[in-house]
Design a protein around this ligand. Structure first.
Ligand code: NDP
Length: 326
């Protein structure tokens, strides 16, 4: 038996509870992992509350991330005792996920835990931090260098935003943090923000072309926020768009693309190819200051997770939640 968050759906609706689950109910897979830490991302909030119907079948164990030790393996790459990390690949949506003490997964989905990180630190990074690094890699591939100008990061007090600030500032970029929580200015500056901007300035419908300021941007919000971000990126710049915390819509015109040569990179972490994942984790080990990572962490137990799910969707969670599943 092992402990897990279990989401079930019946005529009374969708409910998530902390349950004791029999090992025999683990799904198919060629590697069994003793999970040590998991985390709570925005998407986990969506899965646990059922706000968006993402789950393919019930009961489902949520948790899009896990870090732990291989217990048993029929996969050629993994042996008992190996330390591993898993982000995405439909975990918690189509396959039982990481908010549990045990998981059975496909060995192809796993990456080795970088030597630089404990399982707790890997989950402090989690999908949010690994997606932040994918966004940084997208801006770098576009050729944006620190000397090109300022980078704007939206949703800055959240998981993706906090990690993006820490990485970009370590790489030497001047970063401007957009937040709805200006009371967190000190936290954001300690992470590396040179300046903090109130997100209300970007929240309303705006013109598709505005004064040029940013060399590049990382956007976790979507909707009018993303429109206003795209409208103020300088000629030839780029935006890495990864989230929808403001909304799923994108009501703009082609003008910034056809008149300013703007590039909009979509960044998906869930199905990112293995090579890119390995590269992102290598770069996180090199470019993320562990003290800054520590300042983002709130440690919780499995029993607190269900209560925190609506909190993260309401934008009331700062930085990263790490779940010690034991
Ligand atoms: P968090 O909840 O940790 O952070 C989201 C932040 O967005 C909030 O903390 C808040 O920051 C800001 N925010 C909330 N509401 C609004 C709003 N109405 N307008 C503008 N900003 C808002 O979530 P994550 O960092 O885990 O994820 C951020 C987004 O990125 C989510 O939409 C998530 O689904 C997406 N994502 C996508 C991935 C992918 O593979 N495509 C991977 C990872 C995340 P503040 O208070 O500072 O304004």
């Amino acid at each position: 038996m092992f402990k897990a968050i279990l989401i079930d759906k019946d005529e009374n609706g969708h409910a998530a509870t902390l349950a004791e689950v029999d090992d025999g109910r683990l799904p198919e897979g060629d590697v069994t992992v003793r999970v040590e830490h998991s985390t709570l991302n925005y998407k986990d909030g969506l899965l646990i509350t059922g706000r968006i119907p993402l789950i393919s079948h019930f009961p489902m164990v949520p948790g899009i991330d896990l870090a732990g030790t291989v217990e048993a393996s029929d996969h050629p790459d993994w042996r008992p005792g190996d330390k591993v990390v898993l982000n995405g690949y439909g975990l918690g949506e189509r396959h039982w996920g990481g908010l549990a003490q045990r998981a059975r997964v496909r060995g192809d989905w796993l990456v080795p835990l970088p030597a630089a990180f404990s399982t707790r630190q890997a989950m402090a990074i989690g999908t949010a931090g690994y997606a932040a690094m994918l966004c940084v890699l997208a801006l770098e591939r576009h050729g944006i260098r620190p000397s090109d100008g300022e980078i704007l990061v939206t949703g800055a007090s959240g998981g993706v935003g906090s990690v993006a600030l820490a990485i970009l500032s370590r790489l030497g970029y001047r970063v401007v943090a957009v937040t709805g929580r200006t009371a967190e200015t000190q936290y954001l500056k300690a992470l590396g923000a040179a300046e903090v901007m109130d997100r209300a300035l970007l929240a309303d419908p705006g013109a598709p072309m505005q004064a040029e300021r940013w060399a590049g941007a990382i956007d976790t919000a979507g909707s009018h926020t993303l429109v206003n971000v795209c409208a103020s990126v300088r000629y030839g710049g780029a935006v890495a768009a990864t989230g929808l915390a403001h909304g799923m819509d994108f009501p703009t015109t082609v003008l910034p693309f056809v008149l300013r040569n703007l590039a909009l990179y979509g960044v998906d972490s869930v199905m990112a190819p293995r090579e890119l994942r390995l590269r992102a984790w290598q770069r996180l080990a090199r470019d993320l200051n562990p003290d800054k990572l520590e300042s983002m962490i709130r440690d919780v137990g499995l029993s607190e997770v269900v209560g925190l799910a609506p909190e993260i969707l309401a934008g009331r969670v700062r930085g990263r939640i790490v779940v010690d599943v034991w």
